[in-house]
Design a protein around this ligand. Structure first.
Ligand code: ZN
Length: 346
Protein backbone atom coordinates (compact mmCIF):
# COMPACT_ATOMS: atom_id res chain seq x y z
CA UNK A 1 0.00 0.00 0.00
CA UNK A 2 2.80 2.37 0.87
CA UNK A 3 4.44 1.62 -2.48
CA UNK A 4 1.18 2.39 -4.27
CA UNK A 5 0.82 5.70 -2.49
CA UNK A 6 4.37 6.53 -3.41
CA UNK A 7 3.65 5.80 -7.04
CA UNK A 8 0.61 8.07 -6.99
CA UNK A 9 2.65 10.81 -5.41
CA UNK A 10 5.36 10.35 -8.00
CA UNK A 11 2.86 10.54 -10.86
CA UNK A 12 1.33 13.74 -9.57
CA UNK A 13 4.81 15.13 -8.99
CA UNK A 14 5.80 14.28 -12.54
CA UNK A 15 2.74 15.95 -14.01
CA UNK A 16 3.45 19.00 -11.88
CA UNK A 17 6.97 18.95 -13.22
CA UNK A 18 5.76 18.80 -16.80
CA UNK A 19 4.12 22.16 -16.33
CA UNK A 20 7.33 23.87 -15.40
CA UNK A 21 10.90 23.55 -16.37
CA UNK A 22 12.67 25.26 -13.52
CA UNK A 23 12.53 24.51 -9.84
CA UNK A 24 13.51 27.36 -7.62
CA UNK A 25 15.08 25.96 -4.49
CA UNK A 26 13.33 28.57 -2.37
CA UNK A 27 10.08 27.12 -3.60
CA UNK A 28 10.79 23.72 -2.18
CA UNK A 29 9.67 22.90 1.32
CA UNK A 30 12.46 22.00 3.64
CA UNK A 31 11.18 18.57 4.55
CA UNK A 32 11.14 15.75 2.02
CA UNK A 33 8.28 13.32 2.50
CA UNK A 34 9.69 10.24 0.77
CA UNK A 35 12.24 8.97 -1.69
CA UNK A 36 11.71 6.77 -4.75
CA UNK A 37 14.15 4.76 -6.82
CA UNK A 38 14.50 5.33 -10.57
CA UNK A 39 15.82 3.11 -13.34
CA UNK A 40 19.17 4.85 -13.03
CA UNK A 41 21.33 3.39 -10.28
CA UNK A 42 22.62 6.69 -8.89
CA UNK A 43 19.44 8.69 -9.14
CA UNK A 44 16.61 8.85 -6.63
CA UNK A 45 13.53 11.02 -6.55
CA UNK A 46 12.85 13.01 -3.39
CA UNK A 47 9.19 13.79 -2.89
CA UNK A 48 8.15 16.83 -0.95
CA UNK A 49 5.01 17.38 1.03
CA UNK A 50 3.47 19.65 -1.60
CA UNK A 51 3.88 16.98 -4.33
CA UNK A 52 6.90 18.63 -5.86
CA UNK A 53 9.93 16.47 -6.39
CA UNK A 54 13.56 16.72 -7.08
CA UNK A 55 16.16 14.33 -8.40
CA UNK A 56 18.78 13.37 -5.89
CA UNK A 57 22.04 12.18 -7.36
CA UNK A 58 23.22 9.76 -4.76
CA UNK A 59 26.96 9.68 -4.37
CA UNK A 60 26.78 13.01 -6.17
CA UNK A 61 29.68 14.22 -4.11
CA UNK A 62 31.96 11.49 -5.27
CA UNK A 63 30.63 11.20 -8.83
CA UNK A 64 29.75 14.57 -10.31
CA UNK A 65 32.26 16.45 -8.19
CA UNK A 66 35.13 14.23 -9.21
CA UNK A 67 34.22 15.05 -12.78
CA UNK A 68 33.76 18.75 -12.00
CA UNK A 69 37.16 19.04 -10.37
CA UNK A 70 39.00 16.66 -12.68
CA UNK A 71 38.31 17.86 -16.19
CA UNK A 72 39.53 21.26 -17.32
CA UNK A 73 41.42 21.59 -14.05
CA UNK A 74 44.28 24.07 -14.43
CA UNK A 75 45.96 25.39 -11.30
CA UNK A 76 48.46 27.61 -13.13
CA UNK A 77 46.36 29.43 -15.74
CA UNK A 78 43.49 31.80 -15.11
CA UNK A 79 41.43 30.12 -17.85
CA UNK A 80 40.64 26.42 -17.87
CA UNK A 81 38.12 25.91 -20.67
CA UNK A 82 40.05 27.15 -23.67
CA UNK A 83 38.73 24.34 -25.89
CA UNK A 84 35.11 25.35 -25.30
CA UNK A 85 34.05 28.20 -27.57
CA UNK A 86 31.43 30.77 -26.70
CA UNK A 87 29.45 29.73 -29.77
CA UNK A 88 29.30 26.12 -28.60
CA UNK A 89 27.55 27.03 -25.33
CA UNK A 90 23.77 26.56 -25.20
CA UNK A 91 21.65 29.74 -25.59
CA UNK A 92 20.40 29.33 -22.02
CA UNK A 93 22.11 27.56 -19.16
CA UNK A 94 20.11 26.78 -16.04
CA UNK A 95 22.30 27.31 -12.99
CA UNK A 96 21.15 25.96 -9.66
CA UNK A 97 23.10 28.62 -7.82
CA UNK A 98 22.47 27.21 -4.37
CA UNK A 99 20.58 24.20 -3.14
CA UNK A 100 19.74 22.47 0.10
CA UNK A 101 23.34 21.51 0.62
CA UNK A 102 25.31 24.36 -0.88
CA UNK A 103 24.94 27.95 0.27
CA UNK A 104 25.87 31.51 -0.60
CA UNK A 105 27.78 34.30 1.09
CA UNK A 106 28.55 37.69 -0.41
CA UNK A 107 32.26 37.97 -1.24
CA UNK A 108 32.37 41.56 0.04
CA UNK A 109 29.76 44.28 0.36
CA UNK A 110 30.58 47.93 -0.10
CA UNK A 111 30.63 50.80 -2.50
CA UNK A 112 30.77 49.75 -6.13
CA UNK A 113 33.62 51.71 -7.66
CA UNK A 114 33.50 50.17 -11.11
CA UNK A 115 30.97 47.95 -12.81
CA UNK A 116 31.17 45.20 -15.40
CA UNK A 117 31.39 46.63 -18.88
CA UNK A 118 33.61 48.55 -21.23
CA UNK A 119 36.27 50.64 -19.55
CA UNK A 120 37.47 52.92 -22.27
CA UNK A 121 38.60 50.53 -24.93
CA UNK A 122 39.25 47.72 -22.49
CA UNK A 123 36.85 45.16 -21.10
CA UNK A 124 36.17 45.24 -17.40
CA UNK A 125 35.05 41.67 -16.81
CA UNK A 126 34.03 42.03 -13.20
CA UNK A 127 32.97 44.43 -10.53
CA UNK A 128 35.17 46.51 -8.20
CA UNK A 129 34.14 46.88 -4.56
CA UNK A 130 35.87 49.43 -2.36
CA UNK A 131 37.40 48.11 0.86
CA UNK A 132 40.15 48.67 3.38
CA UNK A 133 43.29 46.60 3.07
CA UNK A 134 42.89 43.59 5.32
CA UNK A 135 39.11 43.33 5.07
CA UNK A 136 38.12 39.64 4.86
CA UNK A 137 37.01 38.26 1.49
CA UNK A 138 34.52 35.39 1.51
CA UNK A 139 34.00 32.49 -0.88
CA UNK A 140 30.68 33.16 -2.63
CA UNK A 141 29.62 29.51 -2.90
CA UNK A 142 30.87 26.08 -1.96
CA UNK A 143 33.61 24.74 -4.17
CA UNK A 144 37.26 23.98 -4.67
CA UNK A 145 40.11 26.43 -5.16
CA UNK A 146 41.42 26.04 -8.71
CA UNK A 147 44.00 28.82 -8.65
CA UNK A 148 45.72 30.74 -5.87
CA UNK A 149 48.76 32.69 -7.03
CA UNK A 150 50.25 36.07 -7.61
CA UNK A 151 49.11 36.88 -11.14
CA UNK A 152 51.42 39.01 -13.27
CA UNK A 153 48.65 39.95 -15.68
CA UNK A 154 47.27 42.64 -13.37
CA UNK A 155 45.11 40.72 -10.88
CA UNK A 156 47.89 40.68 -8.25
CA UNK A 157 47.08 38.09 -5.60
CA UNK A 158 44.30 36.15 -7.25
CA UNK A 159 42.08 33.30 -6.04
CA UNK A 160 39.81 31.41 -8.41
CA UNK A 161 37.22 29.01 -7.01
CA UNK A 162 35.30 26.46 -9.04
CA UNK A 163 31.88 26.00 -7.50
CA UNK A 164 29.58 23.03 -7.28
CA UNK A 165 26.98 25.06 -9.18
CA UNK A 166 29.31 25.10 -12.21
CA UNK A 167 30.38 28.74 -11.98
CA UNK A 168 33.86 30.01 -11.22
CA UNK A 169 34.50 33.12 -9.14
CA UNK A 170 37.63 35.32 -9.29
CA UNK A 171 38.92 37.45 -6.41
CA UNK A 172 41.69 39.87 -7.41
CA UNK A 173 44.11 42.40 -5.84
CA UNK A 174 44.13 40.55 -2.49
CA UNK A 175 46.73 41.59 0.08
CA UNK A 176 46.90 38.00 1.32
CA UNK A 177 45.62 34.64 0.13
CA UNK A 178 44.31 32.21 2.72
CA UNK A 179 43.85 29.14 0.53
CA UNK A 180 45.82 27.07 -1.95
CA UNK A 181 44.82 25.28 -5.15
CA UNK A 182 43.00 22.06 -4.34
CA UNK A 183 41.46 23.29 -1.08
CA UNK A 184 37.74 22.69 -0.66
CA UNK A 185 35.91 25.75 0.61
CA UNK A 186 32.44 26.48 1.96
CA UNK A 187 30.40 29.56 1.10
CA UNK A 188 31.42 32.31 3.50
CA UNK A 189 34.87 30.94 4.25
CA UNK A 190 37.51 33.68 4.38
CA UNK A 191 39.72 32.90 1.39
CA UNK A 192 41.93 35.98 1.68
CA UNK A 193 42.10 39.65 2.59
CA UNK A 194 41.42 42.69 0.46
CA UNK A 195 44.26 44.77 -0.90
CA UNK A 196 45.66 46.60 -3.87
CA UNK A 197 48.16 44.18 -5.42
CA UNK A 198 48.64 44.07 -9.18
CA UNK A 199 47.26 46.73 -11.50
CA UNK A 200 45.18 48.61 -8.95
CA UNK A 201 44.89 52.25 -7.95
CA UNK A 202 43.70 51.65 -4.41
CA UNK A 203 42.38 48.90 -2.15
CA UNK A 204 39.43 47.14 -3.75
CA UNK A 205 38.14 43.70 -4.59
CA UNK A 206 37.95 42.84 -8.27
CA UNK A 207 35.31 40.10 -8.45
CA UNK A 208 34.29 38.11 -11.51
CA UNK A 209 31.83 35.34 -12.20
CA UNK A 210 32.52 33.05 -15.14
CA UNK A 211 30.97 30.01 -16.76
CA UNK A 212 33.28 27.95 -18.96
CA UNK A 213 35.75 30.87 -18.85
CA UNK A 214 33.10 33.33 -20.07
CA UNK A 215 32.51 36.31 -17.80
CA UNK A 216 29.11 37.84 -17.15
CA UNK A 217 28.02 40.76 -15.00
CA UNK A 218 28.19 39.54 -11.35
CA UNK A 219 25.47 42.05 -10.47
CA UNK A 220 23.04 39.79 -12.34
CA UNK A 221 23.39 37.35 -9.48
CA UNK A 222 24.57 39.31 -6.45
CA UNK A 223 23.43 42.59 -4.95
CA UNK A 224 26.76 43.94 -3.69
CA UNK A 225 25.14 46.66 -1.61
CA UNK A 226 22.86 44.45 0.47
CA UNK A 227 24.91 41.28 0.08
CA UNK A 228 21.85 39.34 -1.10
CA UNK A 229 21.74 36.63 -3.73
CA UNK A 230 19.21 37.62 -6.39
CA UNK A 231 18.24 34.16 -7.67
CA UNK A 232 18.50 30.61 -6.50
CA UNK A 233 17.88 29.21 -9.95
CA UNK A 234 19.44 31.44 -12.55
CA UNK A 235 18.92 31.30 -16.29
CA UNK A 236 22.26 32.29 -17.70
CA UNK A 237 21.78 33.53 -21.26
CA UNK A 238 24.66 33.20 -23.71
CA UNK A 239 24.01 36.85 -24.60
CA UNK A 240 25.06 37.82 -21.04
CA UNK A 241 28.66 37.00 -21.98
CA UNK A 242 28.72 40.11 -24.12
CA UNK A 243 30.67 42.90 -22.39
CA UNK A 244 27.84 45.32 -23.24
CA UNK A 245 25.25 43.12 -21.55
CA UNK A 246 24.91 44.62 -18.09
CA UNK A 247 22.62 43.84 -15.21
CA UNK A 248 21.57 47.40 -14.52
CA UNK A 249 19.18 48.53 -17.18
CA UNK A 250 19.91 51.86 -18.75
CA UNK A 251 23.63 51.50 -18.33
CA UNK A 252 23.96 49.50 -21.51
CA UNK A 253 23.84 52.59 -23.67
CA UNK A 254 26.36 54.41 -21.53
CA UNK A 255 28.88 56.41 -23.47
CA UNK A 256 32.23 55.24 -22.23
CA UNK A 257 34.30 57.70 -24.24
CA UNK A 258 34.91 59.75 -21.09
CA UNK A 259 35.39 56.95 -18.60
CA UNK A 260 37.22 58.61 -15.73
CA UNK A 261 38.87 55.44 -14.53
CA UNK A 262 40.14 54.68 -18.00
CA UNK A 263 41.57 58.18 -18.27
CA UNK A 264 43.21 57.84 -14.86
CA UNK A 265 44.55 54.42 -15.73
CA UNK A 266 45.97 55.81 -18.96
CA UNK A 267 47.55 58.66 -16.96
CA UNK A 268 45.58 61.18 -18.95
CA UNK A 269 44.65 62.93 -15.72
CA UNK A 270 47.78 64.68 -14.46
CA UNK A 271 49.23 63.87 -11.05
CA UNK A 272 48.62 67.39 -9.70
CA UNK A 273 44.93 66.82 -10.24
CA UNK A 274 44.26 69.72 -12.60
CA UNK A 275 41.32 68.70 -14.72
CA UNK A 276 40.36 69.97 -18.13
CA UNK A 277 36.88 71.36 -18.74
CA UNK A 278 36.12 68.27 -20.76
CA UNK A 279 36.96 65.91 -17.91
CA UNK A 280 35.09 67.98 -15.33
CA UNK A 281 32.01 67.80 -17.54
CA UNK A 282 32.49 64.05 -17.89
CA UNK A 283 32.70 63.66 -14.11
CA UNK A 284 29.54 65.73 -13.61
CA UNK A 285 27.75 63.69 -16.23
CA UNK A 286 28.84 60.48 -14.56
CA UNK A 287 27.58 61.68 -11.17
CA UNK A 288 24.27 62.70 -12.72
CA UNK A 289 23.90 59.28 -14.31
CA UNK A 290 24.65 57.61 -10.99
CA UNK A 291 21.94 59.71 -9.32
CA UNK A 292 19.47 58.79 -12.04
CA UNK A 293 20.31 55.10 -11.69
CA UNK A 294 19.79 55.39 -7.93
CA UNK A 295 16.41 57.05 -8.44
CA UNK A 296 15.42 54.30 -10.87
CA UNK A 297 16.40 51.67 -8.31
CA UNK A 298 14.28 53.43 -5.67
CA UNK A 299 11.32 53.47 -8.05
CA UNK A 300 11.45 49.69 -8.36
CA UNK A 301 8.05 48.12 -7.85
CA UNK A 302 7.38 44.62 -6.57
CA UNK A 303 4.45 42.26 -6.58
CA UNK A 304 3.97 39.35 -4.18
CA UNK A 305 2.52 36.36 -6.00
CA UNK A 306 -0.98 35.40 -4.95
CA UNK A 307 -3.09 32.45 -5.96
CA UNK A 308 -4.20 32.74 -9.59
CA UNK A 309 -1.50 35.19 -10.69
CA UNK A 310 -0.03 34.66 -14.14
CA UNK A 311 2.78 36.49 -15.86
CA UNK A 312 0.40 37.76 -18.51
CA UNK A 313 -2.09 38.88 -15.87
CA UNK A 314 0.65 40.78 -14.03
CA UNK A 315 1.92 42.33 -17.26
CA UNK A 316 -1.58 43.61 -18.06
CA UNK A 317 -2.21 44.76 -14.50
CA UNK A 318 1.00 46.80 -14.31
CA UNK A 319 1.04 47.95 -17.92
CA UNK A 320 4.24 46.12 -18.78
CA UNK A 321 5.16 43.02 -20.79
CA UNK A 322 5.86 39.41 -19.87
CA UNK A 323 9.31 39.74 -21.43
CA UNK A 324 10.17 42.72 -19.25
CA UNK A 325 9.05 40.93 -16.07
CA UNK A 326 11.04 37.83 -17.05
CA UNK A 327 14.12 39.92 -17.72
CA UNK A 328 13.88 41.83 -14.44
CA UNK A 329 13.63 38.62 -12.46
CA UNK A 330 15.83 36.31 -14.48
CA UNK A 331 13.00 33.87 -15.06
CA UNK A 332 11.48 32.29 -18.14
CA UNK A 333 7.90 32.35 -19.37
CA UNK A 334 7.53 28.80 -18.05
CA UNK A 335 8.71 29.47 -14.53
CA UNK A 336 6.07 28.47 -12.00
CA UNK A 337 4.89 31.45 -9.97
CA UNK A 338 5.06 30.27 -6.39
CA UNK A 339 2.70 31.93 -3.98
CA UNK A 340 4.55 34.39 -1.76
CA UNK A 341 7.44 34.96 -4.16
CA UNK A 342 8.28 38.60 -4.80
CA UNK A 343 8.56 39.58 -8.43
CA UNK A 344 10.02 42.84 -9.55
CA UNK A 345 7.55 44.56 -11.86
CA UNK A 346 9.50 47.69 -12.81
ZN1 ZN B 1 38.15 45.47 -11.54
Amino acid sequence: MKRFLCLLLALSALSAAAQRNTIAISDLPHLPSDTLPTDRPNVQIILYTDNTFRYLFTNADSLSRTELYASHWDTTGIFAYRDISLQSLPPTIEIHVIDRYDGFHFPRTGQIVSRYGLRGRRNHNGIDIALRTGDPIHAAFDGRVRYSRYNMGGFGNLVIIRHTNGLESYYGHLSRRNVKAGDFVKAGQVIGYGGSTGRSRGPHLHFELRYADQAFDPERLIDFTSGQLRYQTFLLERSFFNIRSRAVEGLEEEDDSFDIEALMAANEIPEDGTLSEEIIRAIEEKELKAKEAEAAAKAAKYHTIRSGDTLLGLALKYGTTVDKICKLNGISRNTTLRIGRKLRIQ
